[in-house]
Design a protein around this ligand. Sequence first.
Ligand code: GDP
Ligand code: MG
Length: 444
Amino acid sequence: LGSRINTALQNLSKEAAIDSKAVDALLMEICKALLESDINVKLVHQLRTNVKKSIDLDQLASSANKRRVIQNAVFEELCNLVDPGVEQWKPKKGKSNVIMFVGLQGNGKTTTCTKLAAHYHRKGWKTGLVCADTFRAGAFDQIRQNSSKAHIPYYGRQVYSEVDPVKVASEGVKKFKKDKYEIIIVDTSGRHKQETELFKEMEEISAGVNPDNVVFVMDGTIGQAADAQARAFKESVDIGSIIITKMDGHAKGGGAISAVAATKSPIVFIGTGEHIYDLERFAPRPFVSKMLGMGDIGGLVETVRDMQLDKTHKNMFKNISQGVFTLRDMRDQLQTISKMGPLNKLMGMMPGMPPELANSFSAEDSSRKIRQSMSIFDSMTEQELDSDGKIFETQKSRLDRISRGSGVRPFEIHALLHQHKQFAQMVKKMGGNKGLLKNMNPEM
Ligand code: GDP
Ligand code: MG
C-alpha cells in the first residue's frame, strides 16, 4: 500500500502544472490503495472529499514539496478517522468497575481479557475475571489457565450441561463486588447456534451485570467484515471501547477505522501477540503509519523528525548532555522508540552505537522485550526511576518487590539493569554534547 501511494505521489511531483485534475487522479489512486487496505468504501469516499477540501491548489502549485502536502493531508485525515474524538473510559478508584467483553468467536476476547486484567493487576487494582462463556466446552479452562499464570482470581463453571450464562455472569460479578474487587472483567461467548441468539444473550448479560464499560474486541485481520460486525454488536450493547487484536502479523488494520465509525468509540489497546504482555496502548499516528506501510527506514527518519519532543524528552537530553542516564531516561527512550518501528534498525541508525548492542535487539524479540521492560519500569518507585540503578545492587529486596509487581523473573530484571549500565557508561563517555548528541538535538 505504502509503495503504491508513494509512486503516485512521486508521479505528481514530476508534473509541471498541478491542476485539480492531477490531484483528482492522485486521490483516485490513493483511494484504490486504501480500499485494498480494508478501509470501508463510504469512509474512503469521505476521506477523499475531506482531503480535497483541505488542499489549496494555489498553495500546492507553489509548494516546493507537493508530495508532502498531499501526504500530510491524507495522513491527517486517516488519523481523524481513527479517532472518534470522545474521551476514553477510565476506571474509578473506590468502586467496583465492571468491564464486559463482546466480540465474535476467535476474535481474541478471552486472551485479551487476561491481558487487560494483568494490566490492571500490575497497576495495583484488585482485579478479577468472570467467565460467562458457557457455550464453548473449553472456555472456562482457558480462563482458569490464563488467570492462574497471571495470579488473577477467576470465577466460572465447568460446563457439563445447560448452564445459564446470564446467571454465571451475575453471580461472578456479585461475588467479586462483595469482596470489594475494583476491576471485574466479564468474558462472554462469541458463538451461538444462531446469531440472533448471541445478540440476545449479550443484551441479557449486559442487563444482568450492568457494565461500566463494554469493550468490543475485533480481529485486525477481518477486513471489510468489520463494519457489519461492529454495527451488529453496537445495536445490542452499549459499546464504549474497542480493542483490535492480532496486529502483530500482517494485519493492515483498515477494519479498525470501520469499527470506530460504526461504534463512535475509541480504540484503547491493540493486541500484538498471544503472550500476556502483548497488549499496547493505541496511538493513532503510529497505527496509521503502519497502515500506510511507512515503517521503513525512510519513514523512520521522518517519524523521528516529526515527533513532538515534549518536556520529558527535553529533560532527557539535558541529562544526557551532562553525561547522566537514569533508569527513567531509559524508560522514556524505550517508550519513544517502541512507537517508531523495528528497534534493531533504529539502533543501527544511531551514530556511535556499538553493533553488538544494536544487534541484541532482534526484530522479533524487541517489542516483547520492550513491553517486559515497561512492566519492570512500571513497578519501580519514583526514587528508583531517577537513580543510576546502583540501589538495586545494595538493596536486593527492591529487586524481589519489582519481580513480584511485574511478574518478570529476577534474572531478567538483572539483564535490564545490566543493559542500562552499559547505556549509562556510553552516555558518560559522550557527555558534553559530542557525537550522538549533536545529531539528536531536541531543537532539530
Ligand atoms: P475468543 O474466541 O474471542 O475468546 O478468542 P481467543 O482469546 O480464544 O483467541 C483466539 C485465538 O487468537 C487464540 O489462538 C489466541 O491465541 C489468538 N490471539 C488472540 N489475540 C491475539 C493477538 O493479538 N495476536 C495473535 N497473534 N494472536 C492472538
Ligand atoms: Mg473466548
